[in-house]
Design a protein around this ligand. Structure first.
Ligand code: HEM
Length: 277
């Protein structure tokens, strides 16, 4: 029991701290810090939290969708807001990359947060920091722990479709591929398992599991040749940030192949969770 209770906060912390750390290691501009906007925009964190809470009240899933933006932003050249950039002549951007097209959602929530912050303190809070604050708030608003986030990121002026295609993992990926990918970003096997625990909230499309090896339980929701835009919860409690995701993997009820493989196919990731105890 102690094991289960402690995995959740760690997963949450890793979501924010490790992903941001990737960027911090590369940032040449300034040291990230807790309370970065204390002087320049003291209400920034309250505004983000309140806007996320309103979004959640409108649509429960939206907070998970915003949280996912952090993963897709930070993995591709650091936490720099590039995932939010619309394509423009000469720059395809990341929104239409393989992992993102028809999949990333709730950009409107980030727009709403940005508009509220611009209203209060024009030109101060970066979009990269908004994503990091909002991802933390998604965990809090779905019943997970709270933690302080380090802020002070600048927004990128470019976004790379190719880098996103080359970096972002497929839901069909197996454990060794995921271990290698995460290791390339200085993330351990334990980090991979903990971060995958983000799938405690949110949904995925049938499209994402067509090649799933563990599909028997999902046949009703996602029959062969059925509508691939139909969605199912990533775990049995998709509105609550809890330990259900890991319990589902042990019960062989992982939704994505990239989830179930962590328990079923590789002793390193099966044991990786033990590092979280
Ligand atoms: C380990 C590799 C990972 C893979 C292969 C993966 C893949 C996916 C896929 C395929 C979906 C469903 C997309 C769709 O059907 O449209 C999804 C959803 C999601 N992912 Fe991941 N993911 C991974 C790691 C992460 C991490 C580290 C986070 C941390 C933020 C995360 C957060 C989410 C969330 C919150 C959702 C639900 C989004 C929603 O409901 O809109 N994922 N992921």
């Amino acid at each position: 029991m102690a094991l289960r209770l402690r995995v959740v906060p760690l997963a949450a912390l890793l979501v924010a701290v490790l992903l941001c750390h990737c960027h911090a290691a590369e940032a040449s501009v300034r040291e990230l810090q807790v309370g970065y906007y204390a002087e320049t925009c003291p209400d920034a964190e309250d505004i983000v939290r309140a806007t996320m809470a309103r979004a959640q009240a409108r649509e429960a899933r939206s907070v998970a969708s915003v949280m996912r933006l952090q993963f897709h932003d930070c993995f591709v050249n650091g936490c720099d807001g590039s995932v939010l950039m619309d394509p423009r002549p000469g720059m395809e951007g990341e929104k239409d990359s393989l992992s993102n097209i028809n999949s990333l959602r709730s950009f409107d929530v980030v727009d709403e947060i940005k508009a509220a912050l611009e209203d209060r303190c024009p030109g101060v809070v970066s979009c990269a920091d908004i994503i990091v604050m909002a991802a933390r708030d998604a965990v809090v608003l779905t019943g997970g722990p709270n933690w302080a986030v380090r802020l002070g990121r600048d927004d990128s002026l470019t976004a790379s479709h190719n880098d996103s295609d080359n970096i972002m993992p497929s839901p069909r990926a197996n454990a060794s591929t995921l271990i290698r990918l995460f290791a390339g970003l200085n993330l351990s096997v334990t980090d991979l398992v903990a971060l995958s625990g983000s799938h405690s909230i949110g949904k995925a499309r049938c499209f994402s599991i067509v090649a799933l090896a563990y599909r028997s339980a999902l046949d009703t929701l996602c029959p062969q040749g059925g509508d691939e835009e139909v969605t199912g919860g990533l775990d049995a409690t998709p509105r609550v940030f809890d330990n259900q995701y890991f319990k589902d993997l042990v019960a062989l009820r992982g939704f994505l192949n990239s989830d179930q493989t962590l328990f079923s196919d590789d002793v390193r990731t099966r044991r990786g969770g033990e590092g979280l105890q």
